[in-house]
Design a protein around this ligand. Structure first.
Ligand code: UD1
Length: 340
């Protein structure tokens, strides 16, 4: 029996695709909308290969409210998981309006559709970026958000969180779950799904992957003079499969009002440790150089994941090494070879 009907926006993207697979495996009926801006339709075949189910797919842009309404007309959804969004920090500074229109405007359209069709549950993909600049590197959900966010991308995540809170004040029957992702890495253990940005990547792991295959000559480590154990930045890298399981845990425990959870491991890992882990697992020495600090980077940022553990019964199980192994499996399946 179906556990419920879920609409996944951005369901062919990196995190969305992994989530769709786990949702189907857990017994949900899933439908996907995506404009394929940063993903490929080929992902749908991989989902079928992994689950035996071909979810209904709509190529719809979140900015197109009429098209989105059309999807809801037929959907009869119990819940929406809202992954869709633009996420390149640098690009957001160059094209702020594009980011506000897609991320904030897209969410407003989605909320209007939900209201029109009586859909009450929404899980939103937020980011640790909403913590901005804090005194402590360890982020707790109760900390104030929004101060010191330096780019439009980060501001859209903060604004959407505020919009969801206001919408819930106006309609207390809404059930909102805001999930603040730390740094998702890794791939599906089958190697069939992974991170495959259409443009030049900005995040560490996609760049590591392109250095490993020789597409990028070497990794530039953005600064080694931070006050961290080895001087390089520390982040909380979470395996994408652990991350999406956090969505399943939250879906099972939705309740009226807004719940906010960090999805992270609670463990800080440095850029050098990422390079070492990749080198260890792959058997190749990843070429790198130490460069200047990147504007807007914080020295250290990691999750306090204890609230999700207490309330959702969820915690991460996979390691950075697991993520490296699965990333390598993904590269192999894509037919990419490590450089000699
Ligand atoms: C970044 C964004 C964050 C966003 C997240 C997901 C910034 C300041 N933050 O997080 O808002 O939610 O991506 O898109 O951009 N690094 C290198 N060399 C590289 C690339 C990265 O040394 O070529 C380092 C960075 O300095 C950082 C770490 O790797 O310490 C992780 O970087 P990244 O993957 O871009 O994630 P965040 O900066 O944590």
């Amino acid at each position: 029996m179906s556990k419920g009907r879920v609409l996944a926006t951005g369901g062919t993207g990196y995190i969305g695709s992994h989530a769709v697979v786990e949702l189907i495996k857990a017994g949900y009926e899933v439908e996907i909308i995506d404009n394929l801006y940063n993903s490929k339709a080929g992902v749908l075949g991989k989902i079928v290969e992994l689950t035996g189910v071909g979810p209904k797919f709509y190529t719809v842009d979140m900015c197109n409210r009429a098209a989105l309404m059309e999807v809801f007309t037929r959907g009869n959804y119990d819940a929406v998981i809202h992954f869709a969004g633009l996420k390149a920090v640098g690009e957001s500074t160059e094209q702020p309006l594009h980011y506000y229109e897609n991320n904030v405007g897209g969410t407003l359209n989605l909320l209007e559709c939900m209201r029109a069709y009586g859909v009450k549950k929404i899980v939103f993909s937020s980011s640790a970026t909403v913590y901005g600049v804090q005194e402590s590197p360890k982020c707790e959900e109760s900390m104030p958000t929004g101060a010191g966010i330096t780019n439009p991308y980060g501001k859209t995540k903060f604004m959407i969180e505020e919009i969801l809170k206001d919408a819930t004040v106006a309609d207390p029957s809404l059930e909102v779950s805001i999930l603040r992702y730390f740094n998702p890495i890794g791939a599906h253990p089958s190697g069939l799904l992974g991170e495959d940005p259409n443009d030049r990547p900005n995040n560490l792991m996609p760049i590591v992957m392109k250095v490993a295959t020789g597409e990028i000559e070497k990794l530039t480590v953005y600064g080694n003079d931070y006050s961290t154990p080895d001087g390089t930045c520390v982040r909380d890298y979470i395996h994408v499969v652990d991350l999406v399981k956090g969505h399943l845990a939250t879906l099972e425990r939705m309740r009226p009002g807004v719940q906010i959870y960090n999805l992270g491991t609670g463990r800080g890992v440095s850029v050098m440790e990422i390079i070492e882990a990749f080198s260890r697992v792959s058997g190749m020495q990843l070429p790198y150089e130490i460069g200047a600090r990147r504007a807007g980077d914080l020295g250290s940022l990691y999750a306090d994941p204890s609230l999700a553990e207490r309330e959702l019964g969820w915690r991460t199980e996979l390691t950075v090494e697991d993520a490296m192994r699965d990333t390598l499996a993904y590269l192999r399946k894509e037919g990419l070879k490590l450089r000699a």
